[in-house]
Design a protein around this ligand. Structure first.
Ligand SMILES: [Zn+2]
Length: 342
């Protein structure tokens, strides 16, 4: 009887207990930030000569502050994911790296996870608001996709994002969080075996958007480079064109259709893992806010596509196409502690 009562009191305490805080502090995050050694080339280091990336000296307090500011607006579970990283590198590109503990003879002995973000995004002072920071990060992604499949497409002349925030004008913390979350998404994909452990991934992502018969090369790889196309196709009958078949400005309407047909972004339409990662990132951006704010920080994120005719506008943040809404519901438990917090 006493034991039962104690259990009941315990459960009561858990329900009414203090709000859960992240597993590390903003200061812990600051200490993880460093400059990536210049010689490190991730893609050539996956063989027997693998070694973990290391820091070089020279990181500035401002660079640490930019990353801490992104941590401070991250939803609960993303804070915890950032706490698990060994280092957050400032580099000339972004990448995520998960060293698989199940391969004892590969990738060294002290297995860890690392993320790198592009230092150009945080080259200004944290006290100078930069409204274009998040649009520049998102422009860089869509334009990389278009250039990869059509190097003559000059996408910077006909695609561009804009963003507004609910407090002030600075989008830099969101720009940093966007990069961090994209790379955390790739780490989660491999570390947590998302395609088999997340039950809704099969029904909400693969069945709705992808052609299973074309995914073999995709599943065989262990590093996702933007320059590589494993040949994954969209589901037969889906009224979309894969980004590899979008031929520049003349196909602007096909670019827009990706967003109308269940993809979080053009990059999401390239492979199933980018589909997961970009959806995960969108849910994080929708729920980013400081701990003292009631409203999310990001008010709008819009993509304007300017073909020769009238411009096509895409509401990226509030894209409510059912297929994307289902994907977002699928990944939401990976972002938020409970539905009431996001
Ligand atoms: Zn990616």
């Amino acid at each position: 009887m006493i034991q039962v009562l104690l259990t009941a009191i315990g459960a009561f305490f858990l329900v009414l207990g203090p709000a859960r805080s992240a597993t590390c502090t903003g200061n812990d995050i600051r200490l993880k930030v460093c400059l990536l050694e210049p010689a490190y080339n991730k893609e050539s280091k996956l063989g027997d000569d693998y070694r973990s990336p290391t820091c070089q000296s020279g990181v500035t307090p401002d660079q640490r502050t930019h990353v801490e500011n992104a941590f401070n607006i991250a939803p609960d579970k993303i804070k915890d994911e950032l706490c698990r990283l060994k280092k957050i590198f400032i580099a000339d590109r972004s990448f995520g790296l998960w060293e698989n503990p199940a391969s004892p003879s590969f990738m060294g002995t002290g297995k860890a996870s690392y993320v790198a973000i592009d230092g150009n995004v945080i080259s200004h002072s944290p006290s100078s608001p930069k409204p274009t920071a998040l649009p520049e990060v998102e422009d860089s992604l869509i334009q990389s996709v278009l250039l990869k499949f059509d190097p003559t497409s000059a996408p910077s002349t006909w695609t561009g994002h804009s963003a507004t925030v609910s407090s002030g004008t600075d989008t830099t913390p969101l720009a940093v969080l966007s990069q961090l979350t994209h790379e955390l998404g790739h780490i989660k994909w491999y570390r947590d075996n998302i395609d088999s452990s997340l039950a809704c991934f099969d029904t909400d992502f693969i069945d709705r958007s992808w052609h299973r018969g074309t995914l073999r090369n995709f599943y065989d790889r262990r590093w996702t480079a933007l320059s590589e196309d494993p040949g994954a196709d969209h589901r037969p009958g889906k009224p979309t064109r894969h980004p590899r078949d979008i031929q520049g400005k003349a196909d602007a309407v096909h670019l827009r259709n990706l967003y109308n047909q269940g993809f979080a972004s053009a990059l999401a339409a390239v492979t199933p893992d980018e589909d997961f990662v970009e959806t995960f990132k969108l849910v994080v951006l929708r729920n980013a806010k400081s701990t003292t704010a009631t409203n999310p920080l990001l008010n709008s994120l819009t993509l304007e596509i300017k073909p020769n005719g009238s411009p096509l506008t895409v509401d990226v943040l509030n894209n409510s196409m059912q297929e994307l809404a289902d994907k977002a519901s699928c990944v939401r438990p990976l972002v938020c502690l409970s539905p009431s917090t996001c």
